[in-house]
Design a protein around this ligand. Structure first.
Ligand SMILES: Cc1ncc(COP(=O)(O)O)c(C=O)c1O
Length: 380
């Protein structure tokens, strides 16, 4: 954890002298509709499982995952969040040069740098709405043995259609392609867009339960590949019991065919579609902010020149106890990028109106460049 994450509400609670749960955390990308009904109760009823060792390789979880997605369980590994696999990748792949499609989640750069690999960044631009052209690699990129693509991407929300991604993987069949699908369940494109069941031997898919089910504290993530050698190497590197007893209970509950998981995901997608539509309307039309198209649960917003995301984050948390994500530490973004992870309609609207209010205040003050927060009313 070298470059930092969102979700730092403990820090702000100590600064503001309030309990952490008084801060609405819109900096972390978990589903506000979760955890699913019945999950917490199930864990409460199964607390005694902490008195015994869980399955060392969590094979019960793997079997259920395989059944749910129609994948041979021999292709699947489960770990302590996808983070465990991200940090295992450099050792498993023994890579020298890694191409990262950015701007993206910084743990990939951190993990590969720690593993001694050299990094090449292919950066999508705001002008292209952060879409990547999956064209041929240039000379520097061709030296890379490994490619990382988050689909959809964090923090841009951009989704690469399956055909384009699959073609890219086929054209680059001598490179290992890591496809991180942590946010794909938020999109209707999941069923047609996922590479989970793909037979491509050079692809590793990472799949997280943290975001969609709002269980980041349990730490459950999967690595899937059609390449038995890759799976074997991952397995050899894995520690026993890396998925604890309560996490295994939760995964079995969520992956059980009797659990209304599909209905929950469908409801989640409907909720975010409606929320995103409303937020884009306010933020772009009323506040005049640039909002980038997102296939997932968060929106990347570009503030006008002269206004920094760090100052907006600070003023928002101080004024409303709502924490947004300053994206200036994402390689390829600058101090004007802010990520809003959508939560309840009420919190979303409050943020949208507050940003509008700031925008109007700026108008009166003669431009964002000279914006001074003093005296901006905290009322929505
Ligand atoms: C793109 C991406 N991949 C992986 C992770 C890590 O998720 P997990 O909780 O499964 O370790 C995150 C967390 O923010 C993320 O944004």
């Amino acid at each position: 954890m070298l470059t930092g994450h969102g979700g730092n509400y403990h820090y702000w609670a100590s600064v503001l002298g309030c309990p952490p749960d008084e801060i609405i955390d819109m900096s972390s990308n978990v589903n506000p509709l979760g955890p699913m009904d019945g999950l917490v109760e199930r864990l409460r009823n199964r607390m005694e499982t902490i008195g015994a060792l869980p399955e060392a390789d969590a094979s019960g979880v793997i079997r259920r995952f395989g059944r749910r997605y129609g994948i041979d369980p021999a292709r699947v590994l489960v770990g302590n969040g996808t983070t465990q696999f991200i940090y295992a990748l450099p050792g498993i792949l023994d890579c020298r040069n890694v191409l990262i499609f950015g701007p993206t989640y910084s743990d990939y750069a951190d993990a590969f740098r720690l593993g001694g690999a050299a990094l090449v960044h292919r950066l999508a631009t705001p002008e292209a709405d952060f879409c990547h052209a999956l064209d041929d690699l240039d000379a520097e990129e061709r030296d890379c043995d490994t490619v990382v693509i988050c689909n959809p991407n964090n923090p841009t929300g951009n989704l690469i259609p399956r055909d384009a991604l699959e073609n890219f993987c086929r054209r680059n069949d001598r490179r290992t392609i890591v496809v991180d699908e942590s946010y794909l369940p938020f999109s209707d494109a999941e069923e047609t867009g996922t590479l989970l069941g793909s037979d491509l031997p050079n692809v590793i898919v990472l799949h997280s339960l943290s975001k969609i089910f709002r269980i980041p504290g349990l730490r459950i993530g999967f690595a899937i590949s059609a390449n038995p050698q890759l799976i074997r190497r991952f397995r050899q590197a894995q520690q026993p019991w890396c998925v604890n007893a309560l996490a295994q209970e939760a995964a079995c509950f969520l992956l059980d065919p009797q659990c209304p998981t599909d209905a929950f995901i469908a409801e989640t997608r409907r909720f975010f579609e409606a929320e995103k539509r409303a937020m884009v309307e306010i933020l772009s039309k009323e506040a005049g902010l640039r909002v980038f198209p997102s296939a997932t649960s968060f929106l990347l917003v570009r503030l006008p020149a002269g206004l920094s995301a760090s100052s907006v984050v600070e003023e928002t948390v101080r004024t409303h106890r709502i924490l947004l994500r300053d994206c200036s530490n994402f390689h390829g973004l600058d101090s004007r990028f802010l990520r809003v992870s959508l939560k309840t309609s009420e919190a979303n609207r409050l943020v949208a109106q507050w940003l509008c209010r700031l925008a109007r205040g700026i108008g009166k003050r003669g431009g964002w460049e000279r914006f001074d927060f003093t005296g901006v009313s905290s009322a929505p």
